[in-house]
Design a protein around this ligand. Sequence first.
Ligand code: SAM
Length: 349
Amino acid sequence: MTATYDRDDFLTDFGDLPLTANIDFGLLHAVLEASRDLKEKKYDHAWSTRLRRLTELHDNGVTDIATILSVMTRESTSRYTPVVDDIAQQINIDLGDFAAQDLGGKKLVASHGRYVLTDHTQRLPTAMDLLAPLVPSDADVVVEFGGGWGRNLAGLCHGLGRRDITYINCEPSPSGRAAFDTIFSHAGGVRARSREFRFESPDMGFLGEFSSVFAFSWAAIEQTPFLPVDFVDRILGAAGSVTFAMYEPVGWQQFTNITQFVLFKILEELVGGVAEADHHGRRYVYRFADALFHDNAASWAVACRYNTNLLRCVRRVVEAGRARLIGIQYDLHGDNPVNPYTLLAVTKD
Ligand SMILES: C[S@@+](CC[C@H](N)C(=O)[O-])C[C@H]1O[C@@H](n2cnc3c(N)ncnc32)[C@H](O)[C@@H]1O
């Protein structure tokens, strides 16, 4: 059952923005549910391919986490021309600052708030790079929300090498959970489990048995346009000591005018009866110039119906003194250059 995101929630999140006049919240709720179902089906399909491959590897005796991760990473390499192909096929591109450059063999990515051309061999940031330094030494559970097939938790389990931690994958898709269970089924002595979970109705009761929680999301909260307003509080209330890290594409949410634009477009396109041919994502041209970095990221958020309120949820708990901000690095990296990821972390002890 999905929680209702209603007018009061909207005002809590966006009361400073003059947008509430004509929104039919009942209709919005129904459309959001339908869109959530579609996204879930898409991921269930995607992770079923990973599950098949993992089962194959296991049947062939490949059960070691490090080997599994290296095989799976090698097999999912993308083509870049210079924007990663599956994104380039979906958007209108103007190479802007890069139009006159020799692009031969390079890929165009977002890095630290700018567009850069890099070598194909450049490795993407991993959970070990960004999250491991944030895991408290006394953590007894590491939980990922929207953990997909489990690559981040598997990487942390292998990299941290800690057997005193329980690893939990909270994930809506059955195939993602089954893939995670397969990876960990031979990780001798490691406590691991997966759970059905949705950001829209987050029940944290299962964390009650732990004393120090490290929770994170990685490219997953993005899937939910409107988080429940008390989402971060619910996580922080799950145990005595909680650290929550988020690696999500929210850099554009720093800017009120851009947030207002994204909200206006998403609402207009979801419940305002705008013809699909006139949707922003169909018409917008992504011009690769640093001055347009956040306009481009915001336009991608509109097109994908990405999250609009995570930064506001985090800001609220920090400003009210219910958590301390222990890390914030805006627009660190985006292999898809129009979807740069920001690292945020809060703690409560
Ligand atoms: C881009 S994938 C990222 C998966 C994983 N975090 C990773 O980095 O490999 C997004 C994940 O969010 C999950 N997801 C989609 N909608 C969700 C929702 N409403 N609640 C929780 N998770 C959701 C998907 O099933 C998928 O596993």
